[in-house]
Design a protein around this ligand. Structure first.
Ligand code: GAL
Ligand code: CA
Length: 327
């Protein structure tokens, strides 16, 4: 029965299963806690009981598949999957379809052919190219307004290094491409000194950056550190600190996590791009809730376009960080 539960009945709790690719990921853990907030708010507002079961895929697709199997076997109302391996969606979609339990992927986008296997498979995320463009614009604007702040050796070019997210993740390759394209598209020449993956992780980025700083052909020449996310940008800052270098180059990240916001205020991080964890969590939850209760999905999530929900990004620098967040 798809009717809105009335006050007089005590309906069964709604059960929504969530599996995360890796709970220790900073951005993902923020999104997970926003999901819990959404569920609590709905419980109060609609006077319903909602069980939101959030599991950690621990970076292992086999583990995550077992978690999905359990949710399906237990007849959950909807499942939300932040895939470990985003190319492995077809297996999950086929099983969910067989069990007729809707599935919402988020943050790690399945390939389109997989999404086409079932119209009750959804994806909630942010457009990767947009985050890259906005990150590139922070650098090109700074260069155009104050070239000497960026172009330290005065050769008219930006010497840069790139810290990349996990290979195979849509956000890694696309952010890398579009941030640089945006800078060169603004008429600024660039010279890449080094690039490598640090898998979204602060410690890995710090180690990588530490190696570059020791290399005389790279370290002293770095004018901009582009990082596919904030945790790795913070790792770069850690490496400069560990090397005893106080005069930092321009460093830009993506996500706008609380520690990154702090770093902007303290002047070590030049800027970031808000990856809207809260907006994405709301869309994921409202979609799951509507699918569980039989309410109209388009009404629940007006941003829904077909099977996709796209949340916009925003640029965050010292100019607006205080106004945008009350921390
Ligand atoms: C990205 C985010 C990264 C990391 C990754 C995990 O969108 O910017 O910080 O959380 O997702 O899939
Ligand atoms: Ca230069």
């Amino acid at each position: 029965c798809a009717d809105k539960p009335s006050e007089s009945m005590t309906p069964d709790p709604i059960r929504i299963g969530v599996t995360l690719y890796r709970q220790s990921d900073t951005f993902i853990s923020l999104l997970a806690s926003d999901l819990l907030d959404c569920a609590k708010a709905r419980e109060t507002q609609d006077n319903v009981k909602i069980t939101l079961n959030i599991l950690d895929g621990t970076g292992n697709q086999g583990t995550q598949n077992e978690q999905v199997d359990r949710f399906l076997a237990q007849g959950y109302d909807a499942i939300c999957v932040n895939e470990v391996d985003r190319t492995a969606a077809s297996v999950i979609i086929d099983k969910a379809r067989a069990a007729d339990i809707p599935v919402i992927f988020f943050n790690r986008e399945p390939v389109e052919e997989d999404m086409q296997r079932w119209d009750r498979a959804y994806y909630v995320g942010a457009i990767a190219s947009e985050s890259g463009v906005l990150q590139g614009r922070i650098v090109s604007n700074l260069f155009n307004q104050n070239p000497e702040l960026v172009d330290r050796n005065g050769d008219g070019k930006i010497q840069y290094v790139m810290l990349e997210g996990e290979p195979g993740h849509q956000d890694a390759a696309i952010r890398t491409e579009y941030s640089i394209k945006t800078v060169t598209g603004a008429g600024i020449s660039v010279e890449k000194l080094a690039n490598d993956t640090a898998n979204w992780q602060r410690a890995q980025a710090s180690a990588k950056m530490g190696q570059w700083l020791k290399d005389e052909e790279i370290g002293p020449r770095i004018e901009v550190v582009f990082s596919n996310n904030d945790d790795m940008a913070l790792g770069a800052i850690d490496a400069y600190r560990a090397a005893g270098i106080e005069d930092l180059p321009v460093i830009v990240g993506i996500d706008a996590t609380p520690p990154a916001r702090e770093a902007i205020k303290e002047g070590t991080l030049t800027g970031t791009v808000l990856n809207d964890a809260k907006g994405q969590a709301e869309a994921i939850f409202e979609l799951a809730y509507a699918l569980s209760t039989g309410w109209d999905v388009k009404e629940a999530v007006p941003r829904l376009e077909g099977q996709y929900v796209w949340l916009p990004h925003r640029t965050i620098t010292i100019g607006n960080v205080m106004q945008e967040f009350d921390d």
